[in-house]
Design a protein. Structure first.
Length: 124
């Protein structure tokens, strides 16, 4: 009789161990979930950083006319009424690299404007 109780307890222990390690909601699934949480945390941190940079760009565009003017000059090629635009023929101008929103926002966070990329304009 005691022999059957020991065998049944061992079988019960083996069944519980199997469910613990390989069953639903077991240890292997716990490790998978922890790895996924770590991966998603890294992605969330990158997205938070990007959101902060874009937020800085939005604030800069809302509050500063200089930022709007820089965008108009660089992206649209606009010139103010009191300025003269000089074009020299047969001179190749290096193509300006178009900045992504992330790069512009990153520069705004660092306090950099787009002045470095502005065309040279002379005031009369």
């Amino acid at each position: 009789m005691l022999k059957w109780i020991n065998i049944s307890l061992l079988l019960l222990l083996a069944l519980l161990q199997y469910r613990l390690w390989w069953g639903e909601n077991g240890v292997t699934e716990l490790f998978d979930i922890r790895a996924r949480v770590q991966q998603l945390s890294g992605e969330a941190a990158q997205l938070d950083n990007r959101n902060q940079r874009l937020g800085a760009e939005v604030v800069d565009l809302k509050n500063g006319l200089a930022a709007i003017e820089e965008r108009a000059r660089n992206d649209l090629g606009m010139v103010r009424k009191d300025e003269q635009f000089l074009w020299v023929p047969n001179v190749e101008v290096p193509k300006r690299q178009v900045s992504s929103a992330d790069e512009v926002a990153e520069g705004a966070l660092e306090g950099k404007g787009l002045e470095e990329g502005l065309p040279k304009v002379l005031n009369p």
